[in-house]
Structure formats: C-alpha cells, structure tokens
Design a protein around this ligand. Structure first.
Ligand SMILES: [Zn+2]
Length: 326
C-alpha cells in the first residue's frame, strides 16, 4: 500500500484543506456548541484597562475562600502533548477541526475522519495528566474546588484524580451511534479497528514531532471502518461536540447551576473563543461572582476578570496547590 510522503504535505493545487485533516485534530475534533450552531469566533485582542497585572497572591486569596468552580480548556492539556488550536501556539495550526455538518452529511469525510482518528488515538491514549491536572485534583481534594467543568475531551482531569468532572464537550473515550444511540467504549472500538486494519497507519518517520501525521487520501480511503455492535449499522461518532453542533441543554444547565452556586469561577487554559465556555464567564460576571483567568495569551474574558494571570499553568497551579492544599 503506498504511503506517500506524509509530513507537511500540502494540499494539492486548488484543493482546500479538508476539515480535521490531521490525525490528532481528527481524534480531538471538537468543540463548540451553544444555543444554535457555534463557530469559532476570533479571539479578542487585549482589552483596554487589562494588563494582566494580578499576582499569585491575588489568585490564592480568591481560591482560599473555597467553592471555586473551574472551567478548563485546551491550554491545560498542552503540557501533556495535546495541541491547542486556539491558544498561543494553536492559532497558527494548519488544520481546522471537523464540523458536525461534514461529519453527518459527507460519508467520505466521515470515513477519512475515522481513518485519521484511528491513528491519532494512539497519541491520545498515551497522553498523561500533567502537573496542572494534578494540582487541580489536589485543590479539589482539599475541598477548595467545588465543581469542575472542562471543555477538553481528553479525559486527563479524571486521569489526574479529579472527581465529578463535567465534560462540556463530551469525551473521546466513548462513541455514540447516530443510528441507535448506543454509547460504547472507544477502547473496544479501537480493538475492532485494529483487527480490521492490521497494516494501516503512518510509519514512525511520518509522524510529526507534535504527533500529527498527514496521510494521503488514497491511503485514507483504504481504511476499513466497522459498524455499531448494538444495531449492526451506524454511523458511529465520537461522543464529543463538534464545531457546529449544540451542547445538550441539560448539560449546559448543570454547568450554569454549578457556576451560580460558586463563590468564584476560575478559568484555566481557555481563550474563551467560543461562546460555549464564554457564556459561563458572562453569567458569573452578571451575578457578581468574581472570575479569575489563568491562561497564556489574551482571552475574550479579560475585561470581566477580577484576577488575570498571563502565565503558564504548569507553574501557577502547582504553586497554588502547594500554598493552599500542601
Ligand atoms: Zn447503533
């Protein structure tokens, strides 16, 4: 089977890059969702009057009061080797995530998604929680964090010991059948895919340092997808919210409930580029609940933040946990 040259291969002349045209982005392809389809809004630039001048003391004072609800985004997982599309390094990424419309309406696009996702899943499965995830779990165990909402679909909060994680955009460790609604374990699907595709995938030298791999279309078309075990049909979809898809209303309401009962809202590693997460900042601000944001680079919520640290989570969170939960 021809593999072609994979790393850094450009789209053919006149061809638009296909959504989700990398393995990791395919495996991760989420996320958006709001009342109605949501697209990725451009991240706001720095807002007047916000200089990111808060200190760790300010943050510690807020968190020490307890009843904190955490809202985490992709920036928390970059230290685990999972790329951030919209963060400081993510904006320049070549690929746009898969959309719900493409996934549901274009069988060929869906087939190629699963082919790339099959490869990308190996990186996802190999990812481990980093010091930031562990620190959040420590703060939760110390009774300071009362609720944990994540926009991430990688399961790393749970792997780091956090409990009761509300996965706003779903999780990659499950699949859902769009035909019968059956929810199944992704690991089980992976076993079946491996059996059906014993020789499929890039060579080791075809994988970029960040885990992405380009696979030519003719290779992707040779991938064999499997059916839903429950109904024998499908199609199967990762149990994540794609761009252009709506987050289930009851899930959104549970998140709003957590925010409304909180003493403060702590945003970690999100530029708040999509309304899906930003609306919780708006709700907190409206209710006078202080918002703290720790993220590298500007965020759309900076003008609403009582505490704003433009600093690496892998430094700030362990320091915070050592002070308050050590
Ligand atoms: Zn089914």
């Amino acid at each position: 089977m021809p593999r072609g040259t994979s790393t850094g291969s450009a789209p053919r002349c006149g061809e638009r890059p296909e959504p989700g045209s990398s393995t990791l982005s395919a495996a991760l392809a989420s996320t958006g969702g709001d009342d109605g389809p949501v697209t990725a809004a451009p991240t706001a630039g720095p807002l007047p009057g916000t200089d990111g001048g808060s200190s760790l003391d300010d943050l510690a004072d807020l968190v020490a009061d307890g009843d904190v609800v955490v809202l985490s985004g992709a920036g928390l997982s970059t230290d685990s080797g999972i790329p951030d599309y919209r963060g400081a390094t993510g904006r320049l990424r070549r690929h746009t995530p898969m959309t719900y419309q493409t996934f549901t309406r274009d069988p060929r696009g869906r087939h190629r998604y699963w082919a790339r996702s099959f490869v990308g899943w190996r990186q996802i499965r190999a990812a481990r929680p980093n010091d930031g995830h562990l620190a959040v779990a420590e703060l939760q165990a110390a009774g300071l964090v009362g609720g944990l909402i994540t926009q991430n679909v990688d399961g790393l909060h749970q792997a780091g010991g956090a409990r009761d994680v509300l996965e706003l955009h779903g999780g990659l460790d499950r699949t859902v059948c769009l035909g019968c609604g059956d929810v199944a374990d992704r690991g089980e699907l992976d076993e079946r895919l491996r059996a059906a595709n014993p020789h499929f995938g890039p060579r080791v030298d075809e994988v970029n340092p960040d885990g992405d791999a380009e696979l030519p279309d003719e290779v992707l078309d040779g991938f064999v997808m499997v059916d839903c075990l429950a109904c024998g049909g499908g199609p199967l979809k990762p149990d994540v919210v794609f761009f252009g898809e709506t987050v289930p209303r009851d899930r959104v309401e549970r998140c709003f409930g957590l925010v409304e009962e909180a003493r403060s809202l702590l945003v970690l590693g999100s530029s708040l580029a999509v309304m899906s997460g930003y609306r919780f900042v708006l709700r907190a601000a409206k209710l006078g609940i202080p918002v703290a944001i720790v993220t590298v680079g500007p965020t759309r919520g900076d003008g609403k933040a009582a505490v704003r640290l433009d600093a690496p989570l892998g430094v700030v969170l362990p320091d915070l946990a050592a002070r308050l939960a050590g």
